[in-house]
Every structure is written in structure tokens, then in C-alpha cells.
Design a protein around this ligand. Structure first.
Ligand SMILES: Cc1cc2nc3c(=O)[nH]c(=O)nc-3n(C[C@H](O)[C@H](O)[C@H](O)COP(=O)(O)OP(=O)(O)OC[C@H]3O[C@@H](n4cnc5c(N)ncnc54)[C@H](O)[C@@H]3O)c2cc1C
Length: 644
């Protein structure tokens, strides 16, 4: 394999793309001690946020906390470059509460690039990769558009929305990546030549308008939270806590909707110009107007893109309508009557890799040591991409080092739910993480991501000493405080009764542990300080965790029992070469699907649509029989239940 002298030294891991997946993948691989080369179309666009200037929110905030707990970088960078932080859903239960920060896009990029460029063993280079090189079913390296060949023991593709991407604004379409960047040519064809199946998706973004063209007096200010929230466990205390910038709320109205309806004949989404499937959970404004006819108005949030720019992001107005229609419609919105567009909204179509071709390590089943992560796998979102990047980067490195691989279970992490859904069920639209996708929401809270994953991140080798020591201290403090609350007894004296009465809480008839009072819904940890004078000084992170664990103990225990019941199926591995034709009684649909998807465990098999519980029991019977050395097949041949 010919390579230029100064590139003579082959790399261990080659990461294609420096987006959110590529950055985490490269850092994981380099931090595990492997020489890592990142090849990306434009260095200036490292960690670009081509869409909303925000990190986190429901389910996405959970992912960022999980990345931080596993030793990843997104959370820390988001903390130090935030414009504003808010904890969402505080009126709801802990399972759906989630941190969301407004990010200074340029500062985010600069900080992430600084981290990449100062990480030992990590090299960044500008290049367009056009071909993946494979020999004997195993990846060998890549070739760039300038004909350079780089050898690597593993290749991780994190090419996002760039594969054969096409931008659409009204009836204008052009081959381009986001923000006018080059589209990625050649690589899709190379993957198809290797026998990998690709699909086509679409996503869209709203216009950016000039801050000085907005009448803020007509908008509702959305300030940040007073409390200094952060994602990362390394960001102790108020980090990057410069003055928070507000966001602003306004609404579309009937006139906005009328202009959009009158121009649907020029809307690429409705003229058939756009073919790719778009994200249901991020609908364009034209989609919202068409689908929710009865809604008289839709929320619009105006968000700053950074401290040093006048660009404002118009959340809720994603569109690919012609630019003149975008402007006309925007100017009907209260506060935006004189809006000036700095960047028009647009849609982008791109190729993605059908994710059922992947293992839960994100290695492709067909080509050894070739991994894919991020939007290329059919997801949508910076956070979803970063979580996959960390898993793919860690596994590429761990496999080269011959160490146990990083597989996250559905009961351990949203990142586990995300990857399992992708590789087991696939997706027919850009997949966005939602808390509703998890059957164990109460276990996968954002407040306990570190308790769920830090030990695992440490075992993999990604969690630093500093983070681990801080974590062990927190873990210990939580257990100690829970014990103290159970052992501290409150006597039913006058002061206590008065305290309870004021809070509409039942009087105490006998001495009780503080923990018992804490379990009363109307009482919380902070309030109980008045009758629990001996408590130690603890951080909010610790006391919040103690409160959640104690107040939801019953529900949590139920979910833990559910996980236990599932664990046996989840751990029951399926031989990679199993001949499903030999499993007696399976339905034809199940037989075909299982043979095509090759699930790794019985639990995973059970989640493939078309595989019924009956099929699963037959499979278990077969596996038992195989174990006993017999065969699961009854005399007279395989035969499906439906006789086929
Ligand atoms: C218009 C638009 C709208 C979006 N809307 C939303 C939304 O509403 N909600 C949401 O959650 N997410 C949205 N996103 C998605 C979000 O931006 C992505 O999910 C996220 O950036 C994906 O991260 P990634 O790392 O997979 O890929 P990207 O961030 O796209 O990064 C890919 C990287 O790969 C590089 N690259 C690509 N091909 C090659 C090649 N051949 N050789 C070398 N380098 C290459 C690129 O230069 C880039 O650095 C939108 C994105 C766009 C563009």
C-alpha cells in the first residue's frame, strides 16, 4: 500500500469526519493510547453545529451526561462555551428532567478543536476521503480525492449529512454540504461496491436572522436558570459562567400560515423535489401548517448563535420554502416585522448507511474493523452522534488492543437504547432520541448517569483519575447520607408537629426516621433541614440524588426487577452462524428476519419486528436442545408454523 513518506507510518485508527461523532471517536481512540488520524473535508468546520445552537434537552441531555460519565468530551465543551443553561421539565418527574444549554457555536468549535489538537497521538488533517480500502473482508485504510492512501488497522466513518448531499431551497437545488461546504463524493459508491446498503434521508434547518432587525420588546424573554447547571463531572462549580444570554419566544399566526399555504406549490416538500424521509420529531413549518390545521399559532424561539455574532436562530421555523416566501412569512410574526435573513432555511438530503448492518459495537458485520457512527447511521442530532462516536472509537481501539469491547445495554444507558434500536430494528426516518424510547426511563435518569456508567468508563480506560476520584467520593457521600437519613430518628415533639402542619403533612404518631418523612410527597430534602439539624454539608448533586433515590425507591425497585427478568434473555448469546432454517416451527417471517439481521442475543432477537414471543420460545427450546447435543428439529423436516 503506497503512502507518502511523512505518512509512511500507518495509523492504528483512521476517523473520517470531525463532526460530533468524529470528535468523540478520535478522542476515545487516542485516549486509549492508539495513534489516531482524523481526515475531514474542512478543518474550519470541526464540531460544526449546522442546526440549532444548543446541546441537550429531553433525552439528548441524558446522552450528554452519559458521554461525560464514560469519559467523553461533549459535556465539558458545552459547559465552558454555553450562552445559557436551563433544566427542562422541572415540573415533571426526574426521568424526563433534562439540562439544555444554548451554545456559542464558534466557541464550541474552537474549544473542541483545541482539545483535539492537544491530545497526544491524535492528528487532524484536511482531506476528502473517497474510498475505503478492504482486503480479505478486513479494512486496510482509505484513499483520498487527491490520491493519497492512508493505512489503518481500523476505520471509523462519521460523515454525517455529507454523503452525496444535496441542498434544497425552494426550486433551487445544488450539490453541497451544510453551510455551503463541499458535499462528499465517491464514498457512497465505494461503500455500495463493498456490498453495504445505503438509504436516503433528509433534514432541514430554519433561517438565521439579523439580531438588529428584531423588535425584542414584542417578544417574551426566556432567561437562563440561576443555578449553575453543567453536564460534565469535571466542570465543578460555575464554569464559563459569563453573563447568560436570553432566548426569546414569539408565535406564528394565521397570516403566517396563509402565506405558507398559498405557496405550497413552490414548497419542495410538496412538489416532490425532496425524496428523502425527514425527521418526524423536527417537522418543518410547512409540515406543521399542513398537519396541524386547527392550530392557530406555533411557538417560535429566537436563539443567539453566539456572543460575537448578530446571527439569531429561528427555532420552530425549519423550512425549505423559497427564500422570498420565508421572508414574507417571517415578517408576519410578532417582533419580526422587519426581519432580515442572514442565512435562508434549507433542506439537505444525504445518503446514510442502513444500521441493521452493524453490530452493537458499531462495527459493520460485513467488513471487519470498519465502524460507522453518527448521522451516517440514520440518526439526527449532535448528542446522538457524539454517543455513537464514543462507542465506535472505544471499540475500534479495544479490539486492536484485544480487550473486552464496550457494549451498552438498554437498561444501562440511552446510548444503549439508541444503538440497540438502530442495529436491531433499523429506522425509516432520521432517528432522534426520546425518553419514550426507553422501557426503563426511571433508571436512565440524567441525574444518575455517572452512577450508571462511570465504573464502566473507568474499566474501558476513558475516565481520568480526577474524574474517577470525584465520582467515588460522590458515590460514597450518597450512600452515607442515605444511611444517615434512615438512622436519624425524629421524635414527634411540638416543633416537629408544627413543622409538619405548616406543610400540610400528617402529624407524626411515633418516632420516625428522617428518611420516612422524606418519602412523603409533600416534603423534600431542603425543607427537612429545619428538623434535621445534624445533616452534613453536601453538594446539590449529592442531595438531589439522595432525594430521587429515596422518593422513587419503590418504582426504581420495580424497574430493577424488570431488568433482572430481561437480563437472562439479554445475556443469552446467539451463535453468529446459527442456521435458523434448523429451528423447528419458526414463522417464515421470523426465519427470514433472523437470518438477515443475525441478532447477537435472544433479547435482541425478540425486539426484531416480526419475531413473535412464540418464535422466541421455539428458539430457546432449540438452543437448549443444541446445548444438550440433540437437535431442535423434529422428524419430518423444519417446516414453518405457516406450513411454508
Ligand atoms: C440542515 C441541517 C439540519 C439539521 N437539523 C437537525 C435537527 O433539527 N435536529 C437535530 O437533532 N439535528 C439536526 N441536524 C443534524 C445534526 O447536525 C447532526 O445530527 C450532527 O451534526 C451529526 O453529527 P455527525 O458527527 O454524525 O456528522 P456531522 O456533524 O455532519 O459531521 C460530519 C463530518 O464528516 C466530514 N466528512 C463528511 N464526508 C467526508 C469525507 N468523504 N471525507 C472527509 N470528511 C468527511 C465533514 O466535513 C464533517 O466534519 C441537522 C443538520 C443539518 C445539516
Amino acid at each position: 500500500m503506497k503512502s507518502l513518506d511523512y505518512h509512511a507510518r500507518d495509523q492504528d485508527v483512521i476517523v473520517v469526519g470531525a463532526g460530533h461523532a468524529g470528535c468523540e471517536a478520535a478522542l476515545a481512540s487516542a485516549r486509549l493510547g492508539l495513534s489516531t488520524l482524523v481526515l475531514t473535508i474542512s478543518l474550519e468546520n470541526t464540531a460544526l453545529m449546522p442546526c440549532n445552537p444548543a446541546i441537550g434537552g429531553p433525552a439528548k441531555g441524558h446522552l450528554v451526561r452519559e458521554i461525560a460519565a464514560l469519559g467523553g468530551e461533549m459535556g465539558r465543551v458545552a459547559d465552558v462555551t454555553k450562552l445559557q443553561a436551563r433544566l427542562l421539565n422541572t415540573g415533571k418527574g426526574p426521568a424526563v428532567q433534562a439540562l439544555r444549554v444554548q451554545s456559542d457555536k464558534r466557541a464550541y468549535q474552537a474549544e473542541m478543536r483545541r482539545v483535539l489538537e492537544t491530545t497526544p497521538g491524535l492528528h487532524l488533517k484536511q482531506a476528502m476521503v473517497e474510498e475505503v480500502l478492504v482486503e480479505g473482508g478486513r479494512v486496510r485504510g482509505v484513499r483520498t480525492s487527491s490520491g493519497i492512501v492512508y493505512g489503518g488497522k481500523a476505520v471509523i466513518l462519521t460523515t454525517g449529512v455529507y454523503l452525496n448531499s444535496r441542498v434544497i431551497v425552494g426550486d433551487a437545488t445544488f450539490d453541497s454540504g451544510p453551510n455551503g461546504l463541499m458535499t462528499s463524493r465517491g464514498l457512497s459508491a465505494s461503500l455500495e461496491r463493498l456490498g453495504l446498503e445505503l438509504g436516503r434521508f433528509k433534514t432541514g434547518t430554519p433561517p438565521r436572522i439579523d439580531r438588529d432587525s428584531i423588535d425584542f420588546s414584542a417578544l417574551v424573554e426566556q432567561p437562563g436558570a440561576e443555578r449553575p447547571y453543567c453536564f460534565s463531572y469535571l466542570s465543578g462549580g460555575p464554569v464559563g459562567d459569563r453573563e447568560q444570554l436570553p432566548c426569546w419566544l414569539t408565535y406564528t399566526n394565521e397570516r403566517t400560515h396563509a402565506i405558507i399555504r398559498e405557496n405550497l406549490h413552490r414548497a419542495p416538500l410538496y412538489t416532490g423535489v425532496i425524496k428523502g424521509a425527514g425527521p418526524r420529531y423536527c417537522p418543518s413549518i410547512e409540515d406543521k401548517v399542513v398537519r396541524f390545521v386547527d392550530k392557530l399559532r406555533h411557538q417560535i424561539f429566537i436563539e443567539p448563535e453566539g456572543r460575537d455574532t448578530r446571527e439569531m436562530y429561528v427555532l420552530g421555523f425549519s423550512t425549505s420554502l423559497p427564500e422570498d416566501v420565508q421572508l414574507e412569512a417571517l415578517r408576519t410574526v410578532r417582533g419580526l416585522e422587519r426581519a432580515e435573513i442572514m442565512r435562508p432555511g434549507y433542506a439537505i438530503e444525504y445518503d446514510y448507511l442502513v444500521p441493521t448492518q452493524l453490530k452493537r459495537t458499531l462495527e459493520t458485520k460485513a467488513i471487519e474493523d470498519l465502524y460507522t457512527a453518527g448521522q451516517i447511521n440514520g440518526t439526527s442530532g449532535y448528542e446522538e452522534a457524539a454517543a455513537q462516536g464514543l462507542v465506535a472509537g472505544a471499540n475500534a481501539a479495544l479490539k486492536i488492543k484485544g480487550r473486552p469491547l464496550l457494549v451498552l445495554g438498554r437498561s444501562e444507558a440511552y446510548a444503549g437504547v439508541l444503538i440497540d434500536d438502530l442495529v436491531t430494528k433499523g429506522t425509516n426516518e432520521p432517528y432522534r432520541m426520546l425518553t419514550a424510547r426507553s422501557e426503563f426511563r426511571l433508571l436512565l435518569r440524567q441525574d444518575n448517569a455517572d452512577l450508571r456508567l462511570t465504573h464502566k468508563g473507568r474499566a474501558v480506560g476513558l475516565v481520568s483519575d480526577r474524574q474517577y476520584e470525584a465520582f467515588l467520593a460522590k458515590e460514597k457521600a450518597i450512600e452515607a447520607e442515605k444511611r444517615r437519613l434512615e438512622e436519624t430518628v425524629i421524635m414527634p415533639d411540638g416543633r416537629v408537629q408544627a413543622f409538619l402542619a405548616v406543610r400540610g403533612s400528617a402529624e407524626l404518631r411515633a418516632p420516625a426516621a428522617v428518611a420516612d418523612l422524606l418519602r412523603r410527597p409533600e416534603l423534600d430534602y431542603e425543607a427537612l433541614a429545619a428538623i434535621d439539624p445534624g445533616r452534613p454539608e453536601l453538594s446539590r448533586e449529592v442531595t438531589d440524588e439522595v432525594e430521587v433515590q429515596m422518593k422513587y425507591a419503590g418504582y426504581i425497585a420495580k424497574q430493577v426487577a424488570q431488568v433482572e427478568r430481561m437480563r437472562l434473555l439479554e445475556e443469552r448469546r446467539l451463535p453468529a452462524e446459527l442456521d435458523y432454517g434448523r429451528v423447528y416451527g419458526l414463522s417464515n417471517e421470523a426465519r427470514q428476519k433472523l437470518a438477515a439481521r443475525r441478532p447477537e442475543t435472544v433479547g435482541q432477537a425478540g425486539r426484531i419486528s416480526g419475531v413473535s414471543p412464540a418464535d422466541l420460545s421455539l428458539l430457546l427450546v432449540f438452543l437448549e436442545a443444541e446445548k444438550r447435543g440433540g437437535s431442535g428439529r423434529r422428524k419430518g423436516g423444519a417446516g414453518g408454523r405457516d406450513g411454508g
